[in-house]
Each structure stands twice: as structure tokens, then as C-alpha cells.
Design a protein around this ligand. Structure first.
Ligand SMILES: [Zn+2]
Length: 260
């Protein structure tokens, strides 16, 4: 691919100011997400929020973070960046230590995550991070990188939802199987962006961002056992990451107003 085509295929993310490869329109990803999310929910045991405190909590924390993001983007004059978002939050019965957010705001939390998050603020830290990946369009960037790596052209038919190659790569990134993150992990850059904005959004939603430190330390402790929690397969926790989170804390705390 020539340099000029490559540059034309990049867009500058309005929130981060970073140039991202964007071969697939965000709207295509969101359409994919609607289909894949429904398929996932139909094949897994969704915990009903009408009779379950944990499922209620997932919806409450998720909605608060979504509201904080809507406010943040609006204040930056960038509400258009959230076009097409129709938030959904579901708790799914599974021992996996995992949570994810698809483009367009389709969120799943696994029951296996809750013993590690321990409280609402812990859950807010994880959701803030995962949702940040989505709203910062990291999924779009990862899909574009995968398309480029596989030598798939940027022909017109690629932009049609339902394209098999797009489907396959989308599934490689989001399919909630053991392979998540193994094939196409988030880059370090994407991870630190998600940490940075995740803390701010959790704080704006009324959760103490300082909970991030013990939360990720608990996660790291799990990792020292035999099994790697799904979340850590592309979210390595090391002393550098903890140090970076601590450095972010003064800024995040400026946004923090406790939930009354
Ligand atoms: Zn991440």
C-alpha cells in the first residue's frame, strides 16, 4: 500500500489526538456488534436484573459510566463521536474473569469477575477501562490493523456489513471464547489510553479512581496462580502499569465527586 493511501486510511481520534488506522467505518462495526451481541446473549445464561442484585449493579454502574462519557464528550463538543451508541449492560453466568464492550456500547460482565472487583468502584474501574477501548475506537483500529496484516484490500465491498472477512476478524477480536485477545491483543498504547480515560470516566460517574490500584493488584495476584484470567490475556498488570496508574491519579481525582 502506498504512503498516500495509507495516510488516507488514517483518522485522527478527536479525543486522544492520536492518528489511528481506520479501514472500516465505525458504523459497520456497530452493525456487526448488534448481531454478535444478540448471538452471544442467546447462547449464554443472562442473569436477569429484575431479581438479582449483581445484575442490577452491573446495569447501574454501566449506566453511570455511560452517562459520564456522554457528558464528557458533550463538554468537549464531540458528541458526534458517540453516534450510533445504544448502551446495553448484561451480566452473564460464567466462571471467567472477564468483561468487554463492543463498538456501539454493547457490554457484558461475567459473574466470575465480581469476586475480584469486590465492590461497585472496582467494577467501575474495569467497566471504565473496557468501555474506553470502545469509545476510543480501539476495536476499529485493531480490525483495520488485522485487515492490513492479512493483505485484505480496502475495496468497496469491505464496507458492507456481513462481509465474511470483516465478520471473521470481528469475531477474532470480540468472540468471547478462549481466543479473545490472543490473536489481536490491544497495544500498550491502547491499554494506557483505556487506563487514562477509564479512570476519568469512573471518577465522573462517582467512583473513587484510587480503587484502580488495589483492583489491578488483586487481578495480578490471580495471574500468579496457574490460570491467567481472561481479562489479563490482553491487560498485563506489571509494576510499570501500576506506576502509570498512580501518576494518572491526581488528574482523575479532579473529576471525582462521590455518589451521595
Ligand atoms: Zn484493555
Amino acid at each position: 500500500m502506498s504512503t498516500s493511501i495509507f495516510l488516507a486510511a488514517c483518522t485522527t481520534n478527536k479525543i486522544t489526538g492520536r492518528s489511528q488506522l481506520s479501514l472500516v467505518p465505525e458504523s459497520t462495526l456497530q452493525q456487526e456488534a448488534v448481531t454478535q451481541y444478540q448471538t452471544f446473549l442467546s447462547q449464554n445464561k443472562v442473569v436477569s436484573s429484575s431479581a438479582n442484585k449483581d445484575a442490577e449493579m452491573v446495569k447501574r454502574v454501566g449506566t453511570r459510566i455511560a452517562n459520564a462519557i456522554t457528558k464528557y464528550y458533550s463538554e468537549q463538543g464531540m458528541s458526534d463521536q458517540l453516534a450510533g451508541y445504544k448502551w446495553e449492560f448484561n451480566l452473564v453466568q460464567s466462571p471467567e474473569v472477564n468483561a468487554w464492550c463492543m463498538p456501539g456500547g454493547k457490554v457484558v460482565v461475567y459473574t466470575g469477575l465480581l469476586p475480584i472487583t469486590q465492590n461497585e468502584a472496582g467494577l467501575a474501574i474495569v467497566l471504565g477501562h473496557e468501555i474506553s477501548h470502545a469509545v476510543l475506537q480501539h476495536g476499529r483500529e485493531r480490525m483495520s490493523q488485522a485487515l492490513l496484516a492479512q493483505g485484505i484490500g480496502i475495496g468497496g465491498d469491505l464496507f458492507t456489513s456481513g462481509n465474511t472477512q470483516v465478520n471473521n476478524i470481528f469475531n477474532a477480536i470480540y468472540a468471547p471464547t478462549a481466543q479473545v485477545g490472543v490473536l489481536l491483543p490491544n497495544s500498550r498504547k491502547q491499554e494506557s489510553e483505556a487506563d487514562h480515560y477509564g479512570l476519568i470516566f469512573a471518577a465522573m460517574a462517582g467512583y473513587n479512581p484510587q480503587e484502580a490500584i488495589p483492583l489491578w493488584e488483586r487481578m495480578a495476584k490471580l495471574n500468579s496462580g496457574n490460570q491467567t484470567p481472561e481479562l489479563l490475556s490482553d491487560h498485563p498488570v506489571d509494576s510499570k502499569r501500576i506506576a502509570a496508574l498512580k501518576k494518572e491519579m491526581p488528574e482523575a481525582l479532579k473529576y471525582y465527586k462521590p455518589v451521595s
